[in-house]
Design a protein around this ligand. Structure first.
Ligand code: F6P
Length: 540
């Protein structure tokens, strides 16, 4: 078991000796701390100097990574080994953005030709729609896309579309995931079937919400256009190509994906079609190129200078030794506001596991709770708990140097808040400093008590990620960085980061309950609470 390894034990005893060390002192002792604990890769600068680490911590964390054979595991993933052990599948999202010449084999077969063919098909399709050459059933060019899908078949394209808003063309993409009818109703209300394309994205083509939403979109379309025009207005992305054709979708508009691409890793596949429609094919390819850049860094850089490895190890340091339950993502850029939700799915669906690859139950914590939102908004709400709460919450701050606007000095103000927050979290403010500030301003008798409440303990860890501009390439690198971070943590925790059995029971019970809600004569054999809830719904 991991916790019995000499590397883990060494970290445990080191933790005991460092747990009360304040980062203020570490900075005071070492003028080179920033240089020592910062690095660049794929156009991203990572400042990890505001972490509760010393040279020794760093060396011990690297030892842990070496003992886990991160390099071997990484090479296995890139080479198409079936590392998703419970589903006996390779994990090859990296092949989808592979621009090298070498082959990538699954079961002895090179998958690169089919990936390239699919990219060519995406390119031709996207160019046809964006240029207006491909027209709707009344001869008008397309203006809107309804993208139907959920989970990994939704969040990637949606959040990347949001992040790349400045690169948007005239095609407006409307994403519908939830089976909550309000959303579909609102979306179709503002659209015209004559100029709307409907893309259904589902790896399995069995997901309840997606199938229902697709049927509703289809009904809305057919009411005005009739069945005859479905072929022109519907596209589908799925591993179930035959199933898509059986739904009446023109085979020309069916885009394949493969079981060696996990849903939450699938934005690089044809699942990214709605994204590509909104930003154009060249920008989509630049996004893939950025991820490829980060893949190369991950494969080539030694562990000590490897950005995803370093971020993963820091996460483990806090999760397993400091007992941090969550990790907060704080993008200081409006267009990147969806990133916390994206990484939340990526990380929590990947490493939210309690059984190791050796089928044993862990005796240590695994994936953290991922959350967050855009800065500066959070500063006026939940940052209070990060600064003064009784729990430790490591943070990733993110900031582009050049914004997609030139509105006065907004960006300098945004940056100042970002950097100021990391400083406040690290340094805090001592009771003595606060007392000195209060002297003469409040009644002498209140100073002690007030200073106590105003104390900012500091010593709160953060990473800062800076890049020039949030362009398609940089976004690709950033997303791949988090993917590889999750991979490294999964290897160290010895969990299968690529299955998601935990979501299956809910799906099955949802279907079972649905049948009871709709068929009111069906006997209720659930627990008393669920039975009562069903009864209340039936009586509405
Ligand atoms: O919610 C679980 C999940 O299986 C995700 O992993 C997946 O991305 C999502 O459902 C949607 O599945 P599909 O693409 O097959 O519709």
């Amino acid at each position: 078991m991991l916790t019995e390894s000499s590397q883990w034990q060494a970290l445990q005893s080191h933790f005991e000796s460092i747990k009360n060390t304040h980062m203020r002192d570490l900075f005071a002792q070492n003028d080179n701390r920033f240089l020592q604990f910062s690095m660049q890769a794929s156009g991203i600068t990572l400042d990890f100097s505001k972490n509760r680490i010393t040279d020794e911590t760093f060396a011990l964390l690297i030892d842990l990574a070496k003992a886990a054979n991160i390099s071997g595991a990484r090479d296995g993933m890139f080479a198409g080994e079936k590392i998703n052990s419970t589903e006996k599948r390779a994990v090859l999202h990296t092949a989808l953005r592979h621009f090298g010449d070498n082959q990538v084999k699954v079961d002895g077969e090179d998958v690169m030709p089919v990936i390239k063919q699919t990219l060519a098909k995406i390119k031709a399709y996207v160019n046809g729609i964006v240029s207006g050459e491909t027209k709707g059933y009344t001869g008008k060019a397309f203006t809107d896309v309804i993208s139907v899908g959920i989970g990994g078949s939704f969040l990637g394209p949606k959040i990347m579309s949001e992040a790349l808003k400045p690169y948007q063309n005239h095609i407006k993409v409307h994403y519908v995931a939830n089976v909550d009818g309000c959303h579909m109703q609102d979306v179709v209300a503002k659209l015209d079937p004559e100029t709307t394309l409907i893309v259904t994205s589902s790896k399995t083509l069995t997901t309840q919400e997606t199938l229902r939403n697709m049927q509703s979109a289809r009904q809305w379309f057919v009411e005005q256009a009739g069945e005859a025009h479905i072929a022109k207005h519907f596209a589908c992305v799925s591993t179930n190509v035959e199933g898509a054709k059986a739904l009446g979708i023109d085979p020309e508009n069916v885009f394949p994906m493969w079981d060696w691409v996990g849903g939450r890793y699938s934005v690089w596949s044809a699942i990214g079609l709605p994204l590509a429609l909104g930003i154009g094919y060249d920008n989509f390819e630049a996004f893939l190129q950025g991820a490829y850049d980060m893949d190369q860094h991950f494969c080539d850089a030694p562990l000590e200078q490897n950005m995803p490895v370093i971020m993963a190890l820091l996460g483990i340091w806090y999760r397993n030794f400091f007992g941090a339950q969550s990790h907060v993502l704080l993008p200081y850029y409006h267009y990147l506001r969806g990133l916390p939700a994206y990484v939340q799915q990526l990380d929590m669906e990947s490493n939210g596991k309690f059984v190791t690859k050796q089928d044993t139950v862990v005796n240590y914590e695994t994936g953290p709770i991922i959350w967050g939102s855009e800065g500066t908004n959070g500063q006026h709400s939940f940052h209070q708990l990060i600064h003064q709460g009784a729990t430790i919450i490591p943070a990733d701050f993110m900031l582009p140097l050049y914004p997609h606007h030139d509105v006065a000095d907004h960006h300098a103000m945004l940056a100042s808040n970002c950097f100021g927050q990391t400083q406040a979290l690290m340094a805090g403010q001592t009771v003595e400093e606060i007392k000195a500030n209060l002297a003469g301003k409040v009644d002498e008798s209140e100073i002690d008590s007030l200073a106590q409440h105003k104390e900012m303990p500091g010593n709160k860890p953060s990473n800062t990620l800076i890049f020039d501009r949030l362009d398609p390439k940089t976004l690709g690198s950033l997303i791949a960085l988090y993917e590889h971070k999750v991979f490294v943590q999964g290897v160290i925790w010895d969990v299968n980061s690529y299955d998601q059995w935990g979501v299956e029971l809910g799906k099955a019970l949802g279907n079972q309950v649905l049948s009871k809600l709709v068929n009111k004569d069906e006997a209720l054999d659930n627990d008393a609470s669920t039975n009562a809830l069903i009864e209340i719904f039936r009586k509405r």
